[in-house]
Design a binder for this molecule. Sequence first.
Ligand code: ADP
Ligand code: MG
Length: 680
Amino acid sequence: VNFNEIEEDDELKGDDQPQKPDLIEKERISIAEVRQSLPVYKFRSHFLEAMDKNQVLIVVGETGSGKTTQLPQYLYEAGYSQGDKNLIIGCTQPRRVAATSVATRVAQEMNVKLGKEVGYSVRFDDKSSKDTVIKYLTDGMLLREFLTDSKLLKYSVIMIDEAHERTLSTEILLSLLKDILTTRHDLKVIIASATINAEKFSNYFHQASILNIPGRRFPVKIHYTKNPEANYIQAAITTIFQIHLTQPLPGDILVFLTGQEEIESMEESLQESIIKLGSSLENHLQVLSIYSNLPIDLQKKIFEPTLPHTRKVILATNIAETSITIDGISYVIDPGYVKQNVYNPTQAMESLVVVPCSKASVDQRAGRAGRIGPGKCFRLFTKWSYYNELDANTTPEILRVNLSSVILLLLSLGINDLINFDFLDKPNSKHIIKSLELLYSLGCINSKGSLTKLGLKLSKFPLDPMLSKCLITSEKFNCVLEIITIISMLGESSTLFYRPKDKQEIASKKHASFDSPLGDHFSLLNVSQQWENSDFSNQWCQEYFVQYKTLRRVKNVRDQLIKLCQRNKINVNETISINPLYIQKSLISGYFPNIVKLSMMGDTYKKLKSSNVATPCYIHPSSSIFKIKPIPKLLLYHELVLTSKEYMRNCMIIDEKLIKEYGSHYYSPQELESLSKTKK
Ligand code: ADP
Ligand code: MG
């Protein structure tokens, strides 16, 4: 990798004199001392005073200054969780790993057992109890709490953390909180944000006070590649070794990647190179990773102090940008990409897309290298690209994603007038209309736009409304358990199988043994059922090259969904043998918008809904029907993943009759007629 010479203006300026980091010394510092060394500590009384005086307070501070871990503790120590009822201090996080990891840390700092005084609550995983006084939860979970406790009476303080991320749930929370604050005079709200866009939040909350916590930051030298990198993974690996071989210890490396799959494959390549280099490496290179599905015990590893003669290299998703702080990082490698959900209302298509980061985002990432001393950031893109191609800021989620889930939630909270709803940034009305159309076609709202009984039922599940619809329908066909299993598997399917380099062929064969001629939904069901037959054994997983930890996660989600069904009086009977047709019917009842037909040329698929621009879609190569002959002419897909092409991940073969039965309210007579005209 060729990096430019460092230029003067390419430095994130620091605001502190470098201190020599002394990791061994640091290990000995007690937790109390660490807490007192954080930048927020000096502002403790200032903060508590401001909390006393204001109902809403905006707190702005550099990442790592102690906002997330310390502020809730200060409030607890100051008695905010006491009073006549035992009230909770809640702190939201956009990401589940952040919520679980921070809760673990705070429990440790307070010397209590996780789940007692300090707990967390994320989708499908609740570690809180009646003793919990500080609760970290995802923004989506707090949003769902409005359904059962519309004034959030359990809480004395709510801290909306990472507000700068502008996630959809965070923004809706801000609007709902703004509303309940008018009647709940005793509730306090903190809005914490890493970057300086505090004005917007302050204006929204009637000029709320802003508390600034100056951070400590050392300068970071920025390096760019001379030419665009065709393969940023390879470039990142080369850069890791360049740093490791030329830069002194200590100084760990943080690499920003787009997702779990990318992280796992890079981890494998790195391990191979490390083995190859063997004893020629003077110092050890320890590879660790952090992404949202990583189990808690593995998350903890990245926070353990680096061993002597060792350099950690941490492969992380965007989570390490601001949500969690890892000490000891001196080098950041940034390919400059992030994975986002993007909804295109014209095509009524939502897909997962890897897109270039914004300038604000890559600058945040670079800043991660300057916490313990001066650092370096290696950007795997050109300087020209930084100045001419990157957007200044990331577009808030509310302006780019499918809103049907949130709208359903708002409707079930009795908020019907979406047009006049007090959004922080108003979503595009085209998006709102498309989402309402979808909810109408699912039967969640009537033609007047009000919530139906079915809509209310669907809103009880923390799932995409299309998935909840499948679940509700499956009761009619007595296949609730199968649909729950398929739903749980779909969410994890991308990290289910693995193929070791030396056993690729046998692994592929084993994987193919699950293939169902009906499609991926049924193949996934096969995997789960066979694993269950093996008594959930780890050995079975190894034999079939299936990730055990993924299946454990699937099982957990499945158990939670079963409980939710029972709570909502949905019958989850185990049945001996299920007619596959019933499963197909349940799935199409929610996924009828995702039907594609084979093009006339017979090489690509296009959406059946002809009002949508015909973007060609392809079956994802991982699909069990990727190579099936004859090429199926009608498919139902679960999701679109846009890489070089628009790929459909998890496809099921579907026939015309079912589409006519379940899609006649959605497709026009012409579209339904065109079904029989599809190439045979
Ligand atoms: P902020 O929210 O302002 O970005 P945090 O409160 O998250 O800051 O982090 C403050 C400090 O707490 C970090 O510098 C880090 O040393 C420590 N810390 C945070 N999370 C953990 C964890 N899970 N394990 C160990 N240390 C942690
Ligand atoms: Mg934080």
